[in-house]
Design a protein around this ligand. Sequence first.
Ligand code: UD1
Ligand code: MG
Length: 445
Amino acid sequence: MSIALIILAAGHGSRMKSDKPKVLHRVASAPLLWHTMRRAESLDVAKTVVVVGHEGEQVSEAAKAFDPDCEIVWQKEQNGTGHAVQQAQAALDGFEGDAVVLYGDTPFVAPETLERMLAARADGNDIVVLGFKAANPGGYGRLVMESGILTEIVEAKDASPEQLAIDFCNSGVICAPAPLLFSLLDQVGNDNASGEVYLTDIIGIANGEGLKCTAITCDEAETMGVNTRADLAMAEANFQKATRAAMLENGVTMTAPETVFFAFDTVVGRDTIIGPNVFFGPGVTVENNVHIRVFCHFEGCHISSGAIVGPFARLRPGTELGGDVKVGNFVEIKNAIVDQGAKVNHLSYVGDAHVGEGSNIGAGTIFCNYDGVNKHHTEVGKHVFVGSNSALVAPVTLGDEAFVTTGAVVTDDVPAGDMVFARVRQVTKKGLGKRFIERLRAAKK
Ligand code: UD1
Ligand code: MG
């Protein structure tokens, strides 16, 4: 059965002490909001509604960047979680399936947990809440259970001492048929300690109407909310730990997994070896059997099978490495396709370029792609040899099997098979080296 997601992301997040809305702070190179939006990826989601408020323009832009089909609704004043959900009612008009409410700042609920909630719905429960045993129940809403039935959720601020002693807490995730959710919310007031419309009040009302409510349990780590910078750092650590474990499980070798950092969307093939201290930014895919040596930094790139990269290589967005390519130490590549078997082994910058199959880019070669205003393309054919310390001034084309001698500054195209010299001819003066030093020494005395 298809579901609708209602993602609450209107809150302020003042404890972050930030000018940026909380849900746009990043974990694994992606806004928290994207992590939440991805929670239900494995489910049949008919519609995603994101409720925005505080800095809502920025939040909706981020939501649309992740899922252009999501619907944005505004909650102009933050009058509570129930009020926030009510803002999604018009967007879900006519939708008869289940609505799942998620928080933008609680992004790590496992997809399997959501599946268990839907299974509990299919089992005949009208409303299913996700709960957890809290180590420190503190300010969480308490789930009041009576023989498997969830009779009430009591906010900490409104709870009696006996209720405060309950450690089974509300994660905030709720699943119910959308029409039922909205009709129950119509009956919720704001007569409570916060003067807010609590989403949690629907449980007591539903019980009064003879509906069946229950709660299922998940690990506390899944329901972790991000409220402070310390929480954000903890969320990052948890994400990395889980991703490293998944990579190892899927056949990736890492000599020091605790020093490798992945993005939310990193893909690495089996039998790839990753050395210590490697950082993956967003948009990186690595095929099988790649060797990544120590201290590399990758973003927006694709590395094909058999490639050897690093140590100390930086691959920036738009980099495509073909099979068996070698990229060595202190090499930076940006917006460039490097074909099968080509080598860029030492101290080079390759930007806005295509390097053909089997070509060799010598040590210290710079692709001069920028004239101060515009970027220009460099085309290097197949089996080209570029000598060390050359500068290729774009736009420029080197034909197949061209040969660039060391230290050349290449400003004009080089036809296929030609050799180019673009440097001052060497002059050697007989005995002058020794005589010159002696003269300097004598002058110093
Ligand atoms: C809420 C629950 C509490 C639960 C806790 C779990 C209610 C009344 N309380 O409390 O039972 O244990 O979460 O973390 O539901 N939001 C809006 N608009 C609003 C208010 C909130 O979009 O008007 C969003 C926030 O941005 C946040 C989420 O809803 O993502 C939760 O709001 P928050 O104020 O943190 O609720 P809690 O008081 O923590
Ligand atoms: Mg909260």
